[in-house]
Write a protein that binds this ligand. Structure first.
Ligand code: G3I
Length: 333
């Protein structure tokens, strides 16, 4: 029989993939159906795309993805209910164009989360409720976003409460990147612990997993998994990819010479190392999702503004496209 990844991982956890609607046809759709049993919409459930005006929700793309997944018995992760990026400008403005009050913003947040979670109720098994609320700078705790500036810390527990009220059976996650970095890890831990201690409905933490060939080390990843696990939370790897290039501001040095056999071998060894860790943590890891289907398209490619580009990507006179080749499947799938 012709088994896919999801079948080999049946005893472990679902294997997921982030998609946009372009991936739902042709040979990529076939690949998705064969290999994966979880889908995350890459952009189409985010606040800006799905709620562009206060009185209008744009369900179209998100519904297409959800219907595709249901038709093919693939479970769905919702991404995301609150983020500082891709949030619509109207959310933070009052009728005179000034900044809204905390009361109004929390009311709008409640309306948004209630509408979106209710629309997909029973279809989404896990939601990324709050995305990337921790600051990267070692001295700061929470990111100084408009959410934080206007509401203080309160928007985080509130978001979880609103989501839980709208669909009590969906698992609720806090999701972030660099979650293995020791200083950021401890800040995420502090936030998660405060939520757990306060009895806020949170089920797990998402480690995005936008990783490099050598970083973070296996030790750091295990330490992070142990640390979050100690809170009694579930863990998902939510946005896995391994770029074969670092950011290099010398356009020449960064030129795209393709995925060489040597780089492909290192990447394969790295994926093997990671999945050996994930399997060892199968009691706490409840899903591993790749961020995009194949090397035909990755958010990391320079044309998409991603990290692979460096100087060449931002130099308009040099339209060279530099690819990151970060995924399991190559351009020929
Ligand atoms: O939809 C518009 C389109 O109308 C317009 O013509 C086009 C022109 O640039 O832009 C389109 O929007 C782009 C959107 O992706 C859809 O393609 C945005 O400019 C672009 O910024 C956006 O990038 C997404 C990014 O989040 C936003 O910050 C990436 O696709 C998406 O992969 C990325 O995903 C995030 C996760 O949500 C959270 N974790 C990090 C991860 C990578 O940044």
């Amino acid at each position: 029989e012709n088994k896919g990844l999801k079948d080999y991982y049946k005893a472990y956890f679902p294997i997921g993939v982030a998609v946009n609607i372009r991936a739902l046809k042709g040979d990529e759709a076939k690949l998705i159906i064969h290999e994966f049993n979880s889908i995350t919409p890459e952009n189409d459930m985010k606040m800006g795309p799905i709620h562009p005006r206060e009185d209008f929700y744009n369900w179209r793309n998100a519904d297409s993805i959800v219907n595709f997944a249901i038709k093919h018995h693939i479970r769905i992760r919702g991404h995301n209910l609150l983020w500082h990026a891709q949030a619509p400008a109207w959310m933070f403005k009052d009728s005179t164009g000034g900044q809204v009050s905390k009361e109004v913003l929390l009311k709008r947040l409640k309306d948004h989360i209630t509408a979106v979670v209710t629309h997909f109720k029973g279809k989404i098994y896990a939601w990324d409720v709050v995305n990337e609320a921790i600051d990267d700078k070692p001295d700061n705790y929470l990111r100084n976003s408009l959410w934080y500036k206007i509401c203080g810390e309160e928007f985080i527990p509130k978001a979880f409460e609103y989501a839980h009220a709208a669909d009590p059976s969906a698992a609720l996650y806090y999701n972030d990147y660099n979650s293995e970095n020791e200083s950021k890890r401890e800040k995420i831990f502090k936030l998660l612990k405060s939520l757990v201690d306060a009895g806020i409905p949170i089920n797990g933490v998402g480690l995005q997993g936008h990783w490099k060939l050598d970083n973070p080390s296996p030790e750091l990843i295990r330490e992070a998994l142990d640390r979050y696990k100690s809170l009694g939370l579930k863990i998902q790897i939510t946005e896995l990819d391994i770029t074969v290039r670092g950011r290099n501001h010398n356009a020449q040095a960064n030129a795209d010479s393709g995925l060489t056999p040597a780089l492909a071998d290192r990447q394969a060894a790295r994926y093997k190392e990671l999945f050996e860790i994930f399997r060892a943590y199968k009691n706490v890891i409840t899903g591993v999702t790749f961020w995009n289907v194949s090397d035909r398209y990755s958010w990391l490619d320079s044309r998409n503004g991603g990290l692979a580009g460096g100087a060449a990507a931002s130099d308009q006179s040099n339209p060279v496209i530099i690819k990151a080749y970060p995924l399991l499947f190559d351009e020929n799938l």
